[in-house]
Design a protein. Structure first.
Lengths: 149, 153
């Protein structure tokens, strides 16, 4: 098919390749990346996925993770530490709290028990953890909960 | 010489950076983050100060408030003959009667310029959620120092 005069005149000047301007796309992608980075929240403590904390409305957003000695209380009375290691009883909890408290004391922070109790766990188990921590001199307790309106 | 001049001719074009690979990498990163991200409910704190013993050395202007939570999730205030049932429905998580009682107690403490002291007794089989409901009511009233009486030996 014969080319029109207009098409010929357009193609005549050097025959440059048609290019797509990608800069707005890069802008958008970077914008998305920055959004995800900014909206991501820092994890205060490592969590045990087998624990579903209770709900509360008067809770506060965790300000920092310093000085927290994490004890998870699963449904069924299984205790785990921050690293997921099972603590077999009050003596193990005391040992864990003692070691962690020594680290916190070295940093000059106030130690506090970060109790992640499953909402279906019985309080007798949580009490064991609180009692063990109190025996080691940790009386500040942070109950980990989900915020509800 | 003439041949040399011909080979130099393409250098007259403007230098351009090929950014398509950069876009590839960026998209790859973006897709990786989107795929690997798991939305997790954010956990918050209910801070409480749990002294092991009630401060018996200091003379209290008003007696400490006693809260009892039984295995069924019913909440009582007071001891002995003065024991009063506050909230018994475990589906009512807000504990409105307990909250109003706590508010009265806090106001009385403020009037005598003393620190409100609450003692909580929880039966062994009570659920963690119900205990948190009670602690939540305390926190909502502004009482941050409680004693679990069953911890004091």
């Amino acid at each position: 098919m014969a080319k029109s005069a207009k098409l010929r005149s357009v193609q005549a000047d050097g025959g440059e390749e048609c290019k797509l301007d990608l800069s707005p796309m890069i802008d958008m992608v970077f914008l998305l990346l920055i959004f995800f980075l900014v909206s991501a929240t820092l994890i205060v403590v490592k969590i045990d996925n087998k624990v579903t904390p209770a709900d509360a409305s008067a809770s506060e957003i965790a300000k920092d993770g310093n000085g927290r000695i994490v004890v998870n209380v699963r449904e069924g009375g299984i205790f785990t530490d921050l690293n997921g290691k099972v603590l077999s009883g009050e003596d193990d909890i005391k040992e864990w709290v003692r070691l962690e408290k020594a680290k916190v004391d070295l940093l000059g922070k106030t130690p506090k028990l970060h109790l992640r109790g499953d909402k279906e766990a019985i309080f007798a188990d949580s009490r064991k953890a609180i009692r063990a921590a109190a025996a080691e001199g940790v009386i500040n307790v942070v109950f980990s909960v989900y915020k509800v309106k | 010489m003439a041949r040399r001049k011909r080979t130099e001719a393409p250098e007259e074009d403007e230098p351009a950076l090929d950014i398509s690979s950069l876009i590839d990498v960026t998209f790859l990163l973006l897709i990786y983050f989107i795929v690997t991200t798991t939305l997790q409910k954010k956990e918050t704190d209910l801070n409480m100060n749990l002294p092991g013993k009630a401060p018996v050395e200091t003379q209290l202007d008003i007696p400490p408030m006693f809260i009892k939570l039984n295995n069924a999730g019913a909440v009582y205030v007071g001891t002995g003959a003065a024991e009063q049932l506050m909230d018994s429905d475990i589906n009512v998580r807000d504990l409105p009667n307990l909250k109003s009682q706590l508010q009265l107690y806090k106001d009385a403490s403020a009037a005598t310029q003393s620190t409100p002291l609450v003692q909580v007794y929880v039966e062994d089989e009570a659920r963690q959620q119900r205990v948190i409901d009670v602690i939540n009511a305390l926190a909502a009233t502004g009482i941050k120092s409680i004693t679990f009486t069953d911890l004091v030996k």
